[in-house]
Design a protein around this ligand. Structure first.
Ligand code: NAD
Length: 513
C-alpha cells in the first residue's frame, strides 16, 4: 500500500486544482486510517455492513429515486430500474463475493511439482486491498455508477473517496448517508464534492487507484495526471454502440429493444445503441417497426414519460448540429430531428437518421443524446466490419433467431460486452465485467475482473530450507545448470534415465557434496 505522501505538484495544473489539493490530503489520510480499521474487522462483520447498506437503500428507494429523477431529468421508473436496482444487486453480489476474494490460492508448479515438494517449497497467492480507491463519476447514473463501484471496492477491503458530478449533489449526499448509517468505520466512504478541479486533485492525491467514469477527453487528462505518480487508472469512457440486425431476427422484438436501447435516459447512456446495421432484406421492414415504436414514445417529466429532457442547453445544441451535418453528409431524418413542439424545456425528439455515411460525425462521434443512425449491410462479414469501424468499443448487440450464427458474430465484434437479442442492460448485472477499449477506455469495473483491479495479488513463497544451497548460488558451476545431468536435464531431459541421473547428481550438489 502506498504511504501517505505530499501531493505531487504538477506543471500545468490549474490554480483551482492546487487549492483542492490542500483539502484532499487529509481526506486520504483519514481514509487510510479507516481502511486499517475496516481490514481488522472479521469478514462476517464487514459483510453484514454491506448488507445493511443494501437494506437501507431498499428502504429509502422512493426518496432516492425521486432525487435522481429531479437531478437528472430521467423518468422515475428509469431511476428505479437502472440506478436503484443495479445498486441493490451490486451490494448483494459484493457481500457474497467476499469470501472468495480473500481465499488463498496455492500455486501449482506443473512439471516441477514433484521436485518442489521434495525440496520442501510452496507458493501461494492472496489478494489484498489496494488501500484507498478514488472514484470519479459522471451525472448520468448518479447512484448506479458510484454505488456499485464503491460497494465492490469496500468488499475488496478498501476505503473510498467518491468525486461525484457537481450536477448531482443531492443524490451523492443520499449515497454518503447510506454508508454512514450502515455503521462502517468512519470515514471509510467520503464524498469529495465539487467540479473538475476536485477530480484533478483526487487524481493527484496519491490514492492507490483511480476508477474514472466519464468522457473520453476527460479520461485522457486523468491518465496524463495519474502518470505523474504512476497511480493506476481504470477508465470507463464514451461509447458509440452498434447493433446488428440479421435478416432472420425477430424484428418486432429487435425494434422494441433498439427503441429502448437507443433512447433510454434520452440517449445519454454510454452504451446506448447509436448505430444500427440492418440486413438489406429486412432494412425497410425494421425501420417501419422502429419508427412506429419511436413515434409512440412520450416525452416529458414524471411517471407517464418515457423520455426526459437533455441535461443542458449545450447537449441540445450539439444534437441539432450533428443532425444537420448528417443531413448535409447525405443522411435522411426518418423520425425526430428537432425540438418537440408545444413542450418547453431541454427536450429533443428521439431521432432516426438513415443512410448517413460511415465518415459522418453522426456515425463516428459520441452523440450524448437521442440520435440513432441506421445503415444496411448484405453479409455477416460486412456487418462485423461496419460495427467494428469505430474509435469506440464499449458494447454492442446482435439480433437473430439463429443463436449460433449470432454468437459467432458477437465473438468477432469489438467492445467489452456484446449481447445477443438484448441490449445495454448488463451494467445491472455487476457479476459480469464492464469496460471497453480504444476511446472507450480500458480496464474493467464489475465482475471478477473488476474486483481484480481493486486488489493486489500478493505472492508468498516458502522454502523449508531442507538443503544448504541452491545450484545457481555462488560459486557458479555451469555443469550443475546446463551441463550433462544439470538442472535443465532434470526438468526437460528427453528420457526418464536422463532425468533420474540429473536428479541424483543435483541432490549431491544441493547437499553441498
Ligand atoms: P465528464 O467527463 O465531463 O465528467 C465526469 C466526471 O469527471 C465529473 O465528476 C467531472 O467533474 C470529472 N472530471 C472532468 N474532467 C476531469 C479531469 N480532467 N480530471 C478529473 N476529473 C474530471 O462526463 P459527463 O458529461 O459527466 O458524463 C458523460 C460521459 O460519461 C459520456 O462520455 C459517457 O459516455 C461517459 N460515461 C461512461 C460510462 C462507462 O461505463 N463507460 C458510464 C457513464 C457515462
Amino acid at each position: 500500500m502506498a504511504s501517505m505522501e505530499k501531493p505531487v505538484i504538477m506543471k500545468g495544473t490549474e490554480d483551482g486544482t492546487m487549492a483542492k489539493l490542500g483539502a484532499i490530503g487529509p481526506m486520504v489520510q483519514r481514509a487510510r486510517d479507516a481502511q486499517a480499521e475496516w481490514a481488522s474487522w472479521s469478514l462476517e462483520k464487514r459483510k453484514s455492513s454491506l448488507i445493511r447498506a443494501r437494506d437501507l437503500l431498499l428502504e429509502r428507494r422512493e426518496d432516492i429515486a425521486d432525487l435522481i429523477s429531479r437531478e437528472t431529468g430521467k423518468p422515475s421508473l428509469e431511476a428505479v430500474g437502472t440506478d436503484i436496482l443495479t445498486s441493490l444487486v451490486a451490494a448483494d453480489h459484493s457481500a457474497r463475493s467476499m469470501r472468495k476474494l480473500f481465499a488463498t490460492r496455492q500455486v501449482r508448479f506443473e512439471n516441477m511439482g514433484l521436485m518442489m515438494w521434495y525440496m520442501g517449497r510452496r507458493s501461494y497467492v492472496q489478494s489484498r486491498p489496494l488501500g484507498v480507491i478514488g472514484i470519479i463519476v459522471p451525472w448520468n447514473y448518479p447512484l448506479a455508477i458510484p454505488f456499485s463501484q464503491t460497494v465492490m471496492a469496500l468488499a475488496a477491503g478498501n476505503a473510498v473517496i467518491v468525486k461525484p458530478s457537481p450536477e448531482t449533489p443531492l443524490t451523492s449526499m443520499a449515497m454518503q448517508r447510506l454508508f454512514d448509517d450502515a455503521g462502517l468505520p468512519k470515514p471509510l466512504v467520503q464524498t469529495f464534492m465539487g467540479g473538475d478541479d476536485h477530480g484533478r486533485a483526487l487524481v493527484a492525491s496519491g490514492v492507490d487507484r483511480i476508477v474514472f467514469t466519464g468522457s473520453s477527453e476527460a479520461g485522457k487528462q486523468v491518465m496524463t495526471l495519474a502518470a505523474q505518480r504512476l497511480t493506476p487508472v481504470t477508465l470507463e469512457l464514451g461509447g458509440k454502440d452498434p447493433c446488428v440486425i440479421l435478416e432472420d431476427a425477430d424484428l418486432e422484438r429487435a425494434a422494441e429493444g433498439v427503441a429502448w436501447g437507443a433512447f433510454v435516459n434520452a440517449g445519454q447512456t454510454c452504451t446506448c445503441v447509436k448505430r444500427a446495421y440492418v440486413h438489406e432484406r429486412v432494412h425497410d421492414r425494421f425501420l417501419e417497426l422502429l419508427r412506429a415504436r419511436v413515434s409512440a414514445l412520450r416525452l416529458g417529466a414524471g411517471e407517464d414519460a418515457d423520455i426526459g429532457p437533455l441535461f443542458n442547453e449545450a447537449a441540445l445544441r450539439s444534437m441539432e448540429e450533428m443532425v444537420s451535418e448528417a443531413v448535409r453528409d447525405g443522411g435522411t431524418v426518418l423520425a425526430g430531428g428537432k425540438r418537440p413542439e408545444g413542450l418547453s424545456g431541454l427536450f429533443y425528439e428521439p431521432t432516426i437518421i438513415a443512410g448517413a455515411p460511415q465518415s459522418s460525425r453522426a456515425v463516428r462521434e459520441e452523440a450524448f443524446g437521442p440520435i440513432l443512425t441506421v445503415n444496411s449491410f448484405s453479409s455477416d462479414d460486412e456487418a462485423v466490419r461496419l460495427a467494428n469501424d469505430s474509435p469506440y468499443a464499449l458494447s454492442g448487440s446482435v439480433w437473430s433467431r439463429d443463436i449460433e450464427r449470432a454468437r459467432r458474430i458477437a465473438e468477432r465484434m469489438s467492445g467489452g460486452t456484446v449481447l445477443v437479442n438484448n441490449v445495454s442492460y448488463t451494467y445491472g448485472l455487476p457479476m459480469t465485467p464492464w469496460g471497453g477499449r480504444g476511446m472507450s477506455g480500458f480496464g474493467r469495473t464489475h465482475g471478477a475482473e473488476g474486483f481484480a483491479e481493486l486488489m493486489e495479488p500478493h505472492h508468498v513463497h516458502i522454502d523449508k530450507g531442507r538443503f544448504p544451497r541452491e545450484v545457481w548460488w555462488h560459486p557458479y558451476r555451469m555443469e550443475n545448470m546446463a551441463g550433462g545431468s544439470g538442472l535443465l536435464d532434470l526438468l526437460y531431459g528427453r528420457s526418464l534415465v536422463t532425468r533420474l541421473r540429473a536428479m541424483l547428481k543435483l541432490r549431491k550438489v544441493l547437499k553441498g557434496r
